[in-house]
Design a protein. Sequence first.
Lengths: 329, 324, 310
Amino acid sequence: MTALLEVTDLSRTYEVRRGSWPFGKVATLHAVDGVSFELQAGRTLGLVGESGCGKTTTAKLVLGLVPVTGGQVRIAGENLPAAGTQPWRTLRRRMQMVYQDPLGALDRRLSVGRQVMEPLAIHGLGGTEAERREKALAMMDAVGLAAHHFDRFPHELSGGQRQRIVLARALILDPQLLVCDEPISALDVSIQAQVVNLLLALQQRLGLAYLFISHDLRMVRQVSHEVAVMYLGRIVEQGDPDRLFSAPAHPYTQALVSAIPTHARQKKRRMVLPGEPPNPVDRPAGCAFHPRCRHAVARCRIEAPALRVLADGRRAACHLAEQIAASAA
Amino acid sequence: MNEQVLSSVLVSLHGLTVDFDTGKRIVRALHGIDLEVRRGEALGLVGESGCGKSITWLAALGLLGGRARVGGEARLDGRNLIGAPVHELEQVRGRRIAMIFQDPSSSLNPVHRIGRQLCEALQLHRGLRGRAADAEAERLLDRVGIADARRRLGDYPHELSGGMNQRVMIAMALAGQPDLLVADEPTTALDATIQAQILELLGEIRRESGMALVLISHDLGVVSENTDRVCVMYAGRIVEDAPIDTVFDAPAHPYTKGLLAALPELEGPRRALVPIAGVVPEPSNLPPGCSFAPRCDRRIAACETAIPPGIPLAADHRVACIRA
Amino acid sequence: MLRYLAGRLLRAILTIFLVIAFAFFVLHLSGDPAMMILSVDAPPESIKAFREAWGLDRPLWVQFLSYIGHALQGDLGNSMRDGRPAAQLVFERVPATLAITLPAFALKLFIGIPAGIYAALHRNSWADRLTMMVSVAGFTVPSFVLALVLVLVFSVQLGWLPSAGSDKPTSVILPIVTLGIAGAAILARFTRSAMLEVLGQPYIRAASAKGLQWRKVVVDHALPNAAIPTTTIVGFMVGTLIAGAVVVESVFAWPGIGRLLVSSVSNRDLAVVQAILLLVAATMVTSNIIVDVIYGWLDPRLRRGGARGR
């Protein structure tokens, strides 16, 4: 069956000028460079990586918020229409976004109930004002908020409650796909669990698909059916979360997993990744990761590895993927 | 359990309280903190937003500003820092107790070069000037793992990444050769791999210099890997104080248990997360009795009437819960 | 850097040109200079002769081009009142205006800025509240009201200072004070907010945590950062040094550019008005450029842009 979301060879480049006009050469920044994945209805794809890896840009490309410079986005088999057009707006009903900062995503001057109702008004759905209000109340109930919260303002609610409002607002149009960009990082630990459980319950009930973007690997593992690790605009490893995290096939995934602080007793050999993530404009030749990789060999400097399928069904973009996976197991 | 020779106590806090005067009323943010930091020890301070973990140390160093009223004791070498005259505190800050903060890029003055800010600390604490100061600044930057240190001295903070700025902050903290470094969420704003680098650096420095470390974080994982002992805080009080292994293997306080249950694992079978119901109470609106009671699944009537004192469960394990 | 300045200079010249063009067309379209100068019931022949003599009968755009052409050679036209070159008339008056605006500027700086800093450092104290109340009064009270009040107190009641004119050495005092107060008030308020903003930044707390004395923290860390936004306002005040005293000069009958502007406008003495506007535009634009350069010096983030490394 066709995937709900199908992304093929997606690219987004920016022309940047190093130095001030009119000096400085123009360089190309590959924010997203040839990303491909599929997302079926009712499933979650986790996208992880550090700053500058392109995960947020990917999210925006998927929704059409940023124009694509290469590749394709297909929703339920149809190409994504150009942004701003009526077909795009209609399609947007089926795809919504949830952001990191719930306070920033909500209008400070409107009551939260009205903000949940607003998407219905924008798309001309939901019948009369009273009917929309009913729907909004029902949605708020579904996310675990009481009716008396309807007239509150965002600053009167806690962080977790605000994020629930953002979710309610995103869900009121009955979307099929929810793009969540760091939806829980701004919340306290005990609230994160509440919101994550809510997301999972809603997925069960409504058959939602999630594109879950986060830097928190543990949370990603908790919610995802499949995980893709990004580095400098490319996917370097993709596959089943359990296998990916327990026996990473790419050195960068290894480093990410190793970097997660865990209770000392359970910790495996610690691998600290040297250096800084390079400037996306200065992408190294060959494999983008090779300057920081302790397994790098001559081939890595010259030839950029393709994302290929490994024996266990995972994909990894590393010439030495099999050895890496074996050594970590 | 190992018998360790316990080193002497470096800093001890007794009944530390902090009240904020908001103009309209006084709100108590810290309700009597008791804790000790020994020489060379690594102590973790864990809690969610608003629990008072940062305020504790800002209060001890007198950095809270005019609206805060601090009570209780914070003893360093027997001297109480609370209420001490400013010039005494200035002697302590940076030289005996140094502090680094959460967002390194905004903790550095944007209009001064890195070298100047480092030399400022060196002059203040070690009387170094000119060439000698520059040389030492370079050595410090090198020590914290900044490549091309000499060139970096002439850079401005906005020209360095977050991770590098945090290294600079650590270098500045080391300039005074302090006995204790308080690191307030030092890696929260940084990427995971950079976080690992910084924590590793802190560990190295500790081992080399015997400096004590207080690591403040909301992340139990971060604290578990880098400290020997942890204090868990909730709503302005310490609710549990135990060695790291104990906290993970046999947590006693329901809040600690709740935090652990709410954290997903990276390995092993995937289990449902068990969130802690409810929300953290507002400091101005604390429930009577135990602050955690409304969210606690083990509460009884007695929990709602009296604030539980710290009950010693073992020589090194204290819990503020009558049902532990 | 040179390229940057060249670009700014070009934009500056364009701005000045636009100001002149705007002034030119508005002035020429808003009333007949001949009738103003010769009086309404002058015979039509003399009006016609006047217009011919001054080239006012030519099409507007021809007049404009002719004006620009002459201006580029330094000839800004002649006053229609007394025939003297406009440029000369205007420059004659500059010293008088500067005699009150420069000291007023110094007053604004040396009272306004310290007051603002003090208020910020002692926030919510009685000193802070007093300073802020006084400063609100200072800039809300219109300058002519303030001038008249000062005249009432110091000239009429106390008889210490002259109420108008420029003959005595003490005549300069009241105009300077009137001008200075409003500016000092604005600057105090602005400096206070700039300081408060800076004092709330994490690096101030970090500097204290280093063990620096508070005085050093304020002087070495806070002030240089607070100077950045304050420079904007100061730059603006520099730009108004020439023409910012129109009301005050009128109230005190001070023979400066402000008074000249008022009389030239009511007389439709076009060349003089345009000459003054040209001077004002040039001053403003120059001070803007200087402020931009100073910004770059004060705030390294604006210098070359972007982070190195990452």
